[in-house]
Design a protein around this ligand. Sequence first.
Ligand code: FAS
Ligand code: PHB
Length: 389
Amino acid sequence: MKTQVAIIGGGPSGLLLSQLLHRSGIESVVLERKTKDHVLGRIRAGVLEQGLVRLMEEAGCADRLHAEGYVHDGTLISYGEEMFRIDFTEHTGTPVIVYGQTEVTRDLYAAREAAGGLIEYEVEDVVIHGADTDAPHVTYTQHGEPRRIDCDFIAGCDGFHGVSRRTIPPELRREYEKVYPFGWLGILSETPPVNHELIYANSERGFALCSMRNEALSRYYIQCSLSDRPEDWTDEAFWQELKRRLPAAQAEQLVTGPSIEKSIAPLRSFVTEPMRWGRLFLCGDAAHIVPPTGAKGLNTAASDVHYLHRGLREHYATGSSEGIDSYSEKALSRVWKAERFSWWFSSLMHRYPDQGPFDLKMQVAELDFLRSNRAAQKAMAENYVGLPY
Ligand code: FAS
Ligand code: PHB
């Protein structure tokens, strides 16, 4: 098989890139390790920056997002019994959209299928060959049958555990990592959200987040130990702990119910440099990971896709390699700002095992300053709604 761009990974990065390339008349093939249902069964991000919304519009996939997504003009931040609001729209003129990553992925799959896009599911043994030559190709097996795709470029959109990053010779890679000493236990419940906006809570018992997918589907998280397993937590135990981490007025409003999904995500900051090797380009979680505190994972994958799509479109339209040659530097500049914000917000809102009394005083002082200072709130809002591409 031959194509212009071989895309490894059928998550949001790979699908969005494939759809944008298609809209620019550029052929691609997506190779996905799992089934479509498995990919759609993952419960992940919930908040979209305007940049991703605009890309979905450019991809012709934003109708349901606009019809069903929720415009959020701000978020609430609580510490102990204190709570205040950051007004995104007042400080930046921009809201965020609450619309689950699952739905983004569903819309992208629908668009690729409607356009006759080729997505190979349940592929195995994916190997990238000749990425540092002018004639790369990818081999893989599918249901035991050997396959090969000859291509001009390869997009590694295969997430943190994929094959693409590891294809770049270790001596050419610089990796930066910070592993956080806790995880997030998340549940999905068919209950009305406790508030119409998100609540990020710093409590003496640890972090909590109240989010949602719609008016009848709530998403909640509590900071948990890395030794915890989802099965260690009954629904009742989760609800009790969540209530203890919210201001009393919010805890009283909380509508509890059975969880329909329960999982634990470890938290890590990770970046690999460069995000390109020859004709292989890394996008999204294949290149970087952020703690989900700042809702930057999916949204930073989107800006990678934006830069790579524009570089490839320019290359095929004009023969110029300027866009693809500057891809890694341009993407990394925005990646590191997302890493910083996610690290800052995680440091502000979580309780760390090695924190002493002075550290806790610093957290409260920073929260007091954020609560009372417009410049601090504007900076927080600009990072949360998404820095410019
Ligand atoms: P993905 O990991 O989504 O997709 C990669 C795809 O490649 C997968 O479908 C995988 O099956 C496939 N693949 C892997 N190896 C392959 C191979 N060798 N061959 C073929 N295919 C292969 N972000 C937020 O903003 N908020 C959140 O609350 C949040 N929660 C998260 C919870 C968890 C448990 C995880 C893991 C991530 C979370 N994220 C969150 C981040 C997440 O949303 C990612 O940023 C987003 O999925 C990035 O999309 P992709 O880059 O497409 O990577
Ligand atoms: C979510 O709704 O899953 C969500 C929202 C905001 C975050 C992280 C996760 O910062």
